[in-house]
Design a protein. Structure first.
Lengths: 520, 116
């Protein structure tokens, strides 16, 4: 009679091939001998052996999963320092809570302002390609600059300024959009046919505009925003070719832009885009398209490769000289200039730039104050722990080791503070809308928390460690005269015996630090 | 490593000691089932065969024993035996264990020896 089949099956599942062969061979041999004496006892014995094998296999697996610490000794000792720092901080919840909240406020203020700066100034036109690189154009005047140009001026600038690779023109208009039986008031951007190419926006359905659309006699077309397509047209997949009426004029929908793209003016959201040729279809509109003095367009340009804004300005200036010779109306233009969209006086950038710069400065100061306070707290703690440090030094802990531990505490606090800041950011980022002036324009100030904001928050948190933790760490580890410190008892030994002894004031201080029991 | 470049003998656990003793005693015939029988008859201990293998695996990792697979035998259902052999480092470790036990037992023989 052979051993219980179920037991053998378990062993086969449990063990690798070599181990299985040697072990079951031994078990079979011993089983055969016991079987001869007492079959029932032999079976019981076999099952006990299988149970032991299961236990051993489980042990082996546990050890395999948690291999002995191996790797870079620097890293290992830093991980050890982090573990000790975590224990120390957990043992001092009051200090830790104060420190984390202080840091969360300081870092949170900076992260919030940065998320706003990021939304308004770094990426003023979300959904378009590298909108921070886009340039706007203005005439320089005695009072304030004027960014409006006429169609004629726009065309001539396009030709005369090769330093600008793509120059698009835009304006906005409120239109009545009639689709089926329903009429809605929509905000439209009136744009040159190269507008989407210059901004770098690709359609998600159909096409955007092309030069044909501006040809005299061309039928009126329109490109929908994703939101409009969804809300007014139910995200109809067969939207391309549909005919709607814009202020009574029939217009064919040719495409839909991505959801992230809102339009060509920062802080505003447009519902659809129509080519400048729209005005041919509206009463009295042709004057806009033909008169040199009818200035209504704002320009968006992108520099050609290897060109600078200075070159663009020089080329535009040469054009202005020509205009001056031809037309007395250019007498009041002192010059022309291309500048980054973030410097525009219109849109969200114009409304908020000054406020954001001021806020950024304030947030920076708040963080500095928070770090200074925290550095004070850390120094106080370091003073209390001088004796502990001295003992550990005398037991062989290196100065670098003690500094690493102090810095690890700072690092943990900063990570926790940064995480707290990031949580508050989810709410505070949206507060930007409070800066928007009352307006009938379709304001859209959605602040995204993108990789840049996350990276900034992390960088601020790490930078704060250097401010609030480095000096205390250096100071604590540098305590030189160990003998004197140990004799005078400058500080409190961490550990139960020292905590129990001494005057009541000593005891109250020790309660602060006695929990930081640690091994050298 | 001492002054002659010889590493100090490994410290053995209780079960490691008796398994090493059994392997030494059995010589050429040291394989799982034989070791289990030896421990049962000479050592008076009923042990699991798996524990013996696990311990020998560990001792082999430490360089105290070496093992080789033998020929398949019919009474084992054609399965091969895994033979073990004590290496010099293992012998040194066992000597050190034995020395320390003997040292500790010196003068206590009247308590430890069974006179019955």
């Amino acid at each position: 009679v052979s051993p219980p089949p179920l037991a053998r099956w378990i062993l086969a599942r449990l063990l690798d091939r070599d181990r299985h062969e040697a072990l079951t061979g031994d078990l079979d041999e011993l089983f055969a001998r016991r079987q001869a004496a007492d079959p029932r006892a032999a079976r019981r014995w076999y099952w006990r052996q299988v149970a032991a094998a299961i236990r051993d296999a489980a042990d082996r697996r546990r050890h395999a999963r948690r291999p002995p610490a191996s790797g870079d000794p620097m890293l290992l000792s830093f991980l050890g320092a982090l573990r000790i720092a975590a224990r120390t901080l957990a043992a001092q919840p009051a200090f830790t809570a104060v420190a984390v909240v202080t840091l969360a406020l300081g870092i949170g203020a900076n992260a919030t302002v940065f998320s706003w700066v990021n939304a308004v100034l770094v990426d003023p036109l979300p959904g378009s390609t590298r909108s921070g690189d886009l340039l706007e154009f203005a005439f320089v005047r005695a009072g304030e600059n004027s960014r409006s140009v006429s169609v004629t001026e726009y065309r001539e600038l396009q030709r005369a300024v090769p330093a600008i690779a793509g120059l698009a023109a835009r304006d906005d208009i409120a239109l009545g959009l009639a689709a089926g039986t329903r009429t809605s008031r929509v905000w439209a951007e009136v744009v040159s046919s190269n507008y989407f190419d210059v901004l770098g926006v690709a359609p998600i359905v159909g096409r955007t505009l092309r030069s044909d659309d501006e040809r005299p006699g061309a039928p009126l077309v329109a490109v929908l925003a994703e939101t409009t397509w969804r809300t007014l047209f139910n995200a109809d997949p067969a939207i391309v070719g549909a005919v709607v009426r814009l202020n009574g004029q029939p217009a064919t929908i040719v495409g839909v832009t991505p959801r992230a793209f809102l339009g060509g003016e920062s802080g505003l959201r447009y519902d659809l885009w129509v080519p400048m040729a729209l005005y041919r279809h509206l009463d009295g509109g042709t004057a806009r398209l033909e008169m040199r003095g009818f200035r209504w367009l704002a320009l968006r340009g992108r520099l050609a490769a290897d060109s600078s804004a200075a070159q663009a300005n020089a080329q535009a200036d040469a054009l202005l000289q020509t205009w001056r010779q031809q037309d007395p109306m250019y007498a009041e233009e002192r010059g022309v200039t291309f500048y980054g969209l973030a410097m525009s006086d219109d849109g969200a950038t114009g409304v908020m730039r000054t406020a954001l710069v001021a806020l950024a400065a304030v947030a920076g100061i708040v963080l500095l104050i928070a770090c200074a306070n925290l550095a004070n707290l850390m120094l106080g703690r370091a003073a209390l722990r001088r004796r502990e440090m001295a003992i550990r030094r005398s037991l062989g802990a290196t100065r670098a080791r003690l500094m690493t531990e102090m810095l690890a505490e700072g690092l943990l606090l900063a990570v926790a503070g940064g995480a707290g800041a990031f949580l508050t950011l989810q709410w505070t980022a949206g507060l930007l809308i409070m800066f928007a002036p009352p307006s009938e324009l379709p304001i859209a100030l959605e602040v995204g928390i993108d990789a840049r904001v996350v990276a900034f928050t992390a960088a601020v948190a790490m930078g704060s460690v250097l401010i609030f933790a480095l000096l205390p760490a250096v100071q604590a580890a540098a305590s030189t005269d160990m003998q004197r410190i140990l004799r005078d008892g400058g500080g409190v030994v961490s550990g139960r015996s020292a905590c129990g002894a001494g005057s009541s004031s000593r005891r109250s201080r020790s309660r602060w630090c006695c929990s930081s029991r640690r091994a050298c | 490593v001492d002054i002659n470049g010889v590493p100090p003998p490994a410290v053995l656990g209780d079960f490691e000691q008796i398994v090493l003793f059994a392997v030494l005693r059995l010589g050429e015939q040291a394989y799982g089932a034989a070791i289990a029988t030896e421990l049962e008859t000479a050592g008076g201990r009923d042990v699991s065969v798996s524990a013996i293998h696990t311990t020998l695996d560990r001792l082999e990792e430490k360089g105290l024993v070496r093992s080789r697979l033998g020929e398949p035998t019919p009474q084992r259902g054609g399965k091969r035996k895994r033979h073990f052999e004590v290496r010099p480092a293992g012998l040194r470790a066992l000597k050190a264990s034995y020395r320390s036990i003997r040292g500790l037992a010196r003068g206590l023989e009247h308590l430890l020896e069974d006179r019955s």
